[in-house]
Design a protein around this ligand. Structure first.
Ligand code: AMP
Ligand code: MG
Length: 407
């Protein structure tokens, strides 16, 4: 059976960044830039003070020196007087340095004196000044025309701030993929309904829609499909209008596991079915190739924990790839086991676990978990503890690979 790594490689072979599009910056959080962005201004636009204090001639300042205050410059104002020997201008953080001045001394290092004119006089206390002190020179942060953000950069809050700084309200980005989520199973009822005999609530749709959104894509909920060919075909056809289709359930070996057949008939070519993974063995993956852009289709196992593990291992990297996010290394880390763990069987195991960091030491505790239907225990987990296939006892304190859940 296909290993997890090989299955991921086969998925990613079919993933390309989505087409570029222009979006309002307010809708661009988490997206990847598809253009280089240049500054349209110098920042700061003038030599500016970085403290509240007095703009002075550095050479004119020594402890006890008294200066006449000739001007007061607030942020947003322009200086009206030059500074010369024996004078100083009161200046606020962010305000432009007046002509003549080459340093700013902090207000805390001065003492205000009453004086003849309205602005008064001041005395320098322990202060000595060096030229350039407390001044941020024009264009120190960025120069007009300079590229400030590059193609491929992921837009976080910081980059949205930089875009605003250079006057951008729109940006060219890799498009946000639309991911359809279809739950299947005759036993399923919507969360708002009380389950009757033989029924359970559909938890996969809510979970997968949220996981898709958390990964930065747009989710479209396609509802619950009965295990019936005609109905499933109609829903799959609707789902194939999305960029990616996630189907939960109906991919195992049961008589009513109709999804592989429905997908085949809808022209989705199977890339693989079943992998060497616990939980998540029934995973089905294929592509609809007869459209402008290949559409990946995931048939996730119906058991909620299996569905989530497959989402983390395969769907999240695929969404990241579609969104043009280049770094994938951050998805895994390592930690020390808090207790012994006995790995049995020949499937790679991703076990619900609690990852903690105390005193710079990362530890991981596998949780008491009742199998792939036990979503409740997964709610206590913040990570998956990863054990390679094969019979082996992992000792307490041993370092293992861990996959934090979510971003
Ligand atoms: P299946 O993959 O369709 O054979 O389903 C495997 C198990 O997962 C069965 O116990 C289903 O009842 C359960 N299951 C399937 N779909 C869902 C869902 N959307 N929400 C909760 N449990 C589900
Ligand atoms: Mg089913």
């Amino acid at each position: 059976m296909l290993s997890v790594d090989e299955a991921l490689r086969r998925v990613m072979e079919h993933i390309r960044p989505a087409a570029a599009t222009t979006v309002a910056c307010r809708d661009a959080l988490g997206l990847t830039l598809a253009e280089d962005v240049a500054a349209d201004v110098d920042s700061p636009p003038y030599d500016k003070s970085v403290v509240d204090g007095y703009a002075v001639l550095a050479a004119d300042v020594h402890p006890g020196r008294e200066l006449t205050v000739v001007d007061e410059i607030a942020a947003g104002a322009t200086p009206s007087r030059a500074v010369e020997a024996g004078s100083a201008s009161r200046i606020m953080t962010g305000a432009p340095i007046p002509p003549g001045a080459d340093a700013v001394i902090m207000v805390e290092q001065t003492e205000a004196l009453s004086g003849a004119d309205t602005l008064g006089r001041m005395r320098c206390l322990e202060a000595r000044a060096t030229a350039g002190q407390n001044i941020m020179p024009r264009a120190a942060s960025m120069r007009r025309g300079q590229t400030v953000l590059h193609v491929g950069c992921r837009l976080r809050a910081i980059e949205l701030g930089v875009l605003a700084q250079v006057g951008r309200t729109q940006a060219r980005v890799v498009g946000r993929p639309v991911v359809g989520v279809l739950a299947t199973g005759n036993e399923l009822v919507p969360p708002a309904q009380s389950p009757g005999p033989g029924q359970i609530r559909n938890s996969n749709s809510s979970m997968l829609v949220a996981a898709v959104q958390q990964a930065g894509a747009t989710a479209v909920e396609l509802g619950i499909g009965r295990d019936e060919l005609e109905r499933l075909s109609a829903l799959v056809a609707e789902g194939l209008r999305c960029d990616v289709l996630l189907i939960a359930g109906g991919v195992s070996a049961g008589k009513f596991d109709l999804i592989p057949q429905v997908l085949r008939e809808a022209g989705v070519e199977q890339v693989f079915h079943k992998i060497n993974l616990k939980p998540g063995k029934p995973l089905w993956f294929g592509v609809k190739a007869d459209c402008a852009v290949e559409k990946p289709v995931f048939g996730l196992p119906g058991n909620p924990v299996s569905a989530l593990v497959c989402f983390e291992l395969f769907v999240r990297p695929a969404i990241r790839g579609l969104m043009g996010i280049r770094s994938t290394g951050a998805l895994e880390t390592t930690a020390q086991l808090t207790c012994e763990y006995v790995q049995r069987g020949d499937r790679a195991t991703y076990f619900p676990a609690r990852l903690s960091t105390d005193d710079h030491r990362r530890t991981v505790e596998p949780l008491r978990w009742r199998g792939s239907g036990d979503l409740r225990t997964l709610a206590e987990a913040n990570a998956l503890a990863c054990f390679p296939p094969g019979q082996r006892t992992f000792a307490a304190g041993e370092t293992i690979v861990v996959r934090p859940l979510g971003e």
